[in-house]
Write a protein that binds this ligand. Structure first.
Ligand SMILES: Cc1ncc(C[n+]2csc(CCOP(=O)(O)OP(=O)(O)O)c2C)c(N)n1
Ligand SMILES: [Mg+2]
Length: 331
């Protein structure tokens, strides 16, 4: 078993054409997440979104690079900060945005909202308001795959704070003992609400915890989508080949406060500026795989998709009051 820091990818494995195609896909997905989240924020500010949402702005490379390694029949477990995971999984943007606005055309007919958004048809096990809850759910999915004798893999996203929950220990211990096909991806954005992880946890490299469970642990630059993809691909391949779980720590940063209503006054503005200077889209642009024209085309096409999703959501109707208890209780 090894625990190590991965170096950023310099020469990705694809040939030249494949590399450009991959870069286009990565840029499209990351920009799609970026624009989706910006519009969620706008809806909140206009008072059109019930409740709150936890934005994924700044962390786009993690979901994009990791989910690119998953097969369609695999499972993805999410968190309260789940929009980016679901967009990367290829969810329907119209239904997602409608769900977030509480409309009946949404994924859960408007009753789940931001924090309970899910799409089982894509093996997306759902966003989750219980910190650490998703780790156990994904572990269960991996256990189920093993019991059923399939070669499906489950991937669990969770935050640095969730890594201090009991479910983290219980799940990783069990997954290692039973060689479950599960990949654990910590999105270490340095904060749990207003709490700086470096203030409440002495060992700041969370991937090192893997050694305690007897599984490989790797840290990676979570703002470099190719680097994330490479590390997670190895973990997914190992899991699929029956070699058991891996813990991957993606070092990243969230731009906004904990949720849309949090001004994040507890953070040093310089820290935010440093991370924004090497944000995921810029890091990919700096690899010079895409021309300015190609980037502009991607942006125009994604902007149109997002505008359509916003229009669909805004124009959709709220559920009827008579439907309030439908799909809530089992008959
Ligand atoms: C079991 C549980 N404990 C506490 C909370 C309150 N809570 C909501 S989000 C959060 C912090 C999560 O931080 P992290 O896991 O780092 O994820 P991030 O928000 O940074 O993505 C806490 C403590 C909760 N929802 N569930
Ligand atoms: Mg965090």
């Amino acid at each position: 078993m090894s625990t190590k820091k991965a170096t950023a990818t310099k020469v990705p494995a694809e040939g030249k054409d494949g590399l450009k195609e991959q870069a286009k896909q990565f840029y499209t997905t990351m920009y799609r997440i970026r624009r989706f989240e910006e519009e969620v924020f706008e809806f909140y500010k206009r008072g059109l979104m019930p409740g709150l949402a936890h934005l994924y702005l700044g962390e786009e490379a993690v979901a994009t690079g990791a989910i690119a390694c998953m097969r369609d029949d695999d499972y993805v477990g999410s968190t309260h900060r789940g929009h980016g995971h679901m967009v990367a999984r290829g969810a329907d943007l119209n239904r997602m945005m409608a769900e977030i606005l509480g409309k009946k055309t949404g994924y859960s007919k408007g009753k789940g909202g931001s924090m309970h958004i899910m799409d089982m048809s894509k093996g997306f096990l759902g966003a989750n308001g219980i910190v650490g809850g998703g780790i156990a759910i994904a572990t269960g999915a991996a256990y189920s795959a093993k019991l059923r004798g399939t070669d499906q893999v489950a991937l669990s996203f969770f935050g640095d704070s969730a890594a201090n929950e009991g479910t983290f220990h219980e799940s990783l211990n069990m997954a290692a003992a039973w060689d479950l096909p599960c990949v654990y991806v910590i999105e270490n954005n340095l904060y749990g609400i207003s709490v700086d992880i470096r203030r409440v946890t002495r060992e700041h490299d969370l991937y090192k915890r893997a050694a305690a469970y007897g599984m490989p642990g790797v840290a990676v630059d979570g703002n470099d989508v190719f680097a994330v993809r490479d590390v997670v691909q190895k973990a997914v391949d190992d899991a699929r080949a029956g070699k058991g779980p891996t813990l991957v720590e993606c070092k990243t940063y969230r731009w906004q406060g904990h949720h849309v209503g949090d001004p994040a006054v507890y953070r040093d503005p310089e820290e935010l500026a440093e991370w924004k200077a090497r944000e995921p889209l810029v890091v990919l642009e700096q690899k010079k795989l895409l021309t300015a024209k190609e980037i502009a085309e991607i942006k125009a096409s994604v902007d149109a998709e997002i505008a359509a999703a916003c229009k669909f959501a805004e124009e959709s109707e709220y559920p009827d009051a008579a439907e309030a208890y439908a799909d809530v209780f089992v008959d």
